[in-house]
Ligand binder design. Structure first.
Ligand SMILES: [Zn+2]
Length: 169
């Protein structure tokens, strides 16, 4: 168990040595995620293995588990949401490399460097619900003022897909 996770890694070196990493990340360390989820409360637990698969493709696979506090868009109270994600991502050096590993998802690595936290954050952002709600929220809204507040909150929430798109350029 690694208590201190490396932020920047060389994925090819990790895959060559078949490196396993596990540990926890505080949600407040993931700035984009905490902004989108409007919370800094939560912990992300990762358990990943970097290796070459049978086709010699450098990749990482494993699980990401997280408990993140989201705001219910119905009653505006925070509630904990659990996430369990299976991650599988190949590391390539060019767009043609990306096509070669399809249908596996891949990421282009520049200068043999990858921001591990960034990768994990991307996976979690894509898994976030567009509109978070308690599973059985008891609050019944019949106050028009409250309705306006909720609308405002939803409008302020940035679309995670848009943010990812911006990051890629
Ligand atoms: Zn609620």
């Amino acid at each position: 168990m690694t208590s201190r996770l490396p932020k920047s890694i060389d994925p090819f070196k990790f895959c060559k040595k078949k490196t396993a990493i596990s540990g926890q990340i505080d949600v407040r360390q993931l700035k984009r995620l905490s902004k989108i989820a409007s919370t800094e409360t939560g912990v992300v637990t990762i358990d990943l293995v970097f290796e070459k698969n049978s086709s010699r493709v450098n990749h990482v696979h494993g699980s990401i588990d997280a408990v993140i506090s989201l705001i219910c868009q119905n009653c505006l109270k925070e509630f904990d949401t659990e996430f369990h994600l299976e991650m599988a991502l190949a590391f390539v050096t060019s767009e043609s490399g990306m096509m070669k590993v399809e249908p596996m998802e891949s990421v282009i690595v520049e200068d043999s460097k990858v921001d591990l936290f960034h990768l994990i954050e991307d996976e979690l952002i894509l898994a976030l619900p567009i509109s978070a709600k308690h599973k059985d929220c008891k609050k019944i809204i019949h106050n028009s003022q409250l309705g306006e507040i909720i609308e405002e909150t939803i409008e302020k929430k940035e679309n995670p897909f848009e943010i990812l798109k911006q990051m890629k350029h």
